[in-house]
Ligand binder design. Structure first.
Ligand SMILES: Cc1ncc(COP(=O)(O)O)c(C=O)c1O
Length: 286
């Protein structure tokens, strides 16, 4: 791998015909240290945001000890590249075989779910394990985010009561998680979601051990300048301290983009211009 000081310098010097991936390990290490030191709880890297083995090892070396995985392939990947890491299988819809291998072969003890069927699946696949941390995902609004996940995952707030009560019966530790959508442009996305969490806890009367505010932390892009991340952390901490959770409860988050956005970028060549449309030498065939 060669080192260059700027993307423009590289493009001018090499005039690459093929696309070139640039990586900035120092930027990812800085982002990891920022979350490890400033987020008032645990930060799980959402591997799906960039599953590069080098990045996983780098984040682990920079203080990220927990990883949010969404597939068995990601579970295996993190096991290989950060063997000491704590793995969390946070896709609310999983194959029973994947849960079984994650639990028995890779030591995964933390799972998320958003339906009674998924809870049954987890219990069956782990043969009634008594050492599980189970996070029930509640559907929240994505109104403040650039990319919504609201229609895809999360239990309806009306179904949370029964699901929390049932999950409490089998979980060693019970969590509630949510995702406000990616690139949330205001901290109130989290405070509003925390209100739903409060209602779910009060409505079910269960003891909650983990509150996981998910991903959504924004990055800076041209023409898109979100508020500073500290203001998100402050808003989340205030809302969390107000929740009726157990004294020993933990606060978690699952940043994807915020940990990896500055890690890599791509230099492409424009092969053709037609009006305001550019044809570049990289991309999917659609
Ligand atoms: C469950 C879950 N957690 C975390 C993330 C990471 O989100 P972001 O990249 O917006 O931080 C995602 C992204 O889709 C997700 O689905």
């Amino acid at each position: 791998m060669s080192k260059h000081h700027s993307a423009l310098g590289l493009a001018t010097a090499l005039r690459p015909v093929q696309p070139v991936t640039l990586t900035r390990p120092h930027a990812a290490a800085r982002a990891a240290r920022f979350f490890a030191e400033k987020f008032p709880g645990k930060s799980l890297y959402a591997v799906k945001a960039n599953p590069s083995p080098a990045l996983i090892a780098l984040l682990w070396d920079s203080g990220i000890t927990h990883f949010d995985t969404a597939s068995l392939a990601e579970v295996r990947l993190v096991r290989e590249n950060a063997p000491g890491a704590t793995l969390c299988f946070m896709h609310p819809v999983k194959a029973e075989e994947a849960i079984r291998e994650a639990y028995f072969d890779h030591g995964v003890r933390i799972f998320s779910l958003d339906s009674a069927e998924e809870l049954d699946k987890i219990v069956r696949a782990t043969q009634g394990a008594t050492d599980l941390t189970l996070c029930v995902r509640i559907r929240v609004s994505s109104d403040h985010s650039k990319l919504s996940l609201a229609s895809k995952f999360g239990a309806d707030p009306a179904d949370m009561k029964q699901l929390l009560i049932d999950t409490r019966q089998v979980a060693d530790a019970l969590g509630i998680c949510f995702h406000v959508g990616s690139q949330a442009m205001t901290p109130s996305a989290y405070t509003e979601a925390m209100e739903r969490v409060r209602a779910a806890i009060v409505g079910s009367g269960v003891t909650v051990d983990v509150v996981d505010v998910g991903g959504g932390f924004p990055s800076v892009y041209p023409g898109m300048e979100p508020p500073a991340l500290d203001s998100y952390f402050d808003a989340i901490q205030r809302a969390y301290e107000d929740l009726p959770v157990s004294y020993s409860s933990e606060l978690w988050c699952e940043p994807g983009r915020a940990l990896c956005a500055e890690y890599s970028s791509l230099i492409v060549r424009v092969e053709k211009r037609r009006g305001d449309e550019l044809y570049i030498n990289d991309g999917a065939y659609v």
